[in-house]
Design a protein around this ligand. Structure first.
Ligand code: SF4
Ligand code: SF4
Length: 375
């Protein structure tokens, strides 16, 4: 465990400035369209100070807090994947010449991004996507370069949401690795500060982080400050809004592929794909070639896709998953069962987004209960 320091809330702008001076664009939480989303921040004023959220199945509401916490909310509709595995990306451009198309690869500018406010479950989600995009024989070079260019400032959760279940998935609420810094926000009667710890290792970002702490002249945290910060995270662990029983879930789902519960979920599922868009681990994409009106120019574009669309499983002769039942079953069994065989880990980190942002209020933790006790 590294040394812990105290960063005053009033020093946060200096932190932003220090990151900017090192060439990083700061990305973090801000209020937008009635939600807390991740976007470019120009100053500390952009942070959602004093705001929190209330989340339930199919429900998300912003509310004022009684204090001015910067990170007093839980995860919103966006995840960090939109900066690493882009929602849309041009791959190649083609031009017709003498009856043939000639393609050239698009040059990508890879920005240096500082992610501020990454939660423990989100760090796990990033590790899962690392395996998908960089761990096998097919390496996504765009993802890999973006991943190498980020500075990760994690935040231990001081509040759990109504749809959170990271404790069940063993992914939070305390960040256990994968960050350059981790902060715990502490608000006392007349003090607002962060207990800061550097990540382990000697990467260039870690060293830059240590330089920044020295520049800001942050003192070492006192024992009482460390104890208070740890208590905050322990209390968060007791506030989980949801729970998912994970023992034996892989075999349970494999044994129940024809269980009538899938029909019951299918009656409610709109196959809108929201659950896959908001999920920080879902990675499916499709590639399309789009021509201009003359048919002389073409762009090859990769876009996020979803196993909830009929087209996604279209192969010669038709779609493999024609029904809502088959698509929901595919999604949930991939998340909680096939993923384990494929990547050695669950595909779910318990962030709760798919529960909150499902317009029908379908809840993966409740649906799983439909199979226990009747397998
Ligand atoms: S489970 Fe909910 S969010 Fe997912 S496709 Fe069905 S209706 Fe949409
Ligand atoms: S399946 Fe749902 S709870 Fe699990 S990681 Fe994806 S969005 Fe979060």
């Amino acid at each position: 465990m590294g040394a812990k320091y105290v960063l005053q809330a009033s020093q946060f702008q200096f932190l932003f400035d220090a990151l900017t001076a090192r060439g990083y664009q700061v990305i973090g939480p801000k209020l937008q369209d009635g939600a807390i989303v991740y976007d470019a921040l120009s100053s500390v004023q952009d942070l959602p100070a004093g705001w929190t959220d209330q989340q339930e199945a199919g429900t998300y509401r912003l509310e004022n807090r009684s204090d001015s916490a910067f990170f007093g909310y839980t995860v919103g509709p966006y995840s960090w994947k939109k900066f690493l595995h882009l929602p849309a990306r041009k791959l190649k451009r083609g031009k017709s010449a003498e009856g043939e198309f000639h393609f050239v690869s698009e040059n990508e500018e890879i920005p240096k991004l500082a992610f501020v406010g990454v939660r423990a479950c989100e760090l796990h989600a990033m590790t899962i996507q690392d395996k998908i995009f960089m761990g096998g024989i097919y390496r996504d070079s765009s993802y890999a370069e973006r991943r190498e260019n980020i500075f990760v400032i994690a935040v231990n959760c001081g509040k759990a949401g109504g749809t959170c279940f990271c404790v069940s998935m063993k992914t939070g609420p305390k960040a256990s690795g994968g960050y350059d810094w981790v902060l715990t926000e502490v608000i006392e009667k007349d003090r607002h500060y962060f207990v800061v710890e550097s990540g382990t290792g000697a990467g260039k970002e870690i060293l830059a982080g240590e330089e920044i702490l020295k520049e800001l002249d942050c003192p070492l945290a006192a024992e009482a400050e460390i104890a208070l910060s740890e208590r905050i995270v322990e209390e968060t662990a007791c506030q989980m809004g949801r729970r998912l029983k994970t023992e034996g879930i892989k075999d349970l789902l494999y044994k129940n592929l024809e269980h009538p519960h899938w029909d019951e979920v299918a009656n409610r599922c709109l196959t809108c794909g929201n659950c896959t868009m908001v999920c920080p681990t879902c990675f499916c994409a499709s590639i399309a070639e789009i021509t201009d009106l003359t048919g002389e120019k073409v762009e090859r574009v990769q876009k996020w896709d979803s196993c909830f669309t009929e087209d996604f499983s279209y192969i010669h002769g038709g779609s493999i998953r024609k029904t809502a039942k088959s698509r929901y079953r595919q999604w949930m069994t991939h998340k909680l069962a096939y993923w384990i065989d494929q990547f050695g880990t669950s595909g779910c980190v318990g962030c709760g987004r798919c529960i909150t942002w499902c317009p029908a209020g379908i809840d993966i933790t409740e649906e799983a209960k439909g199979f226990y006790g009747d397998s």
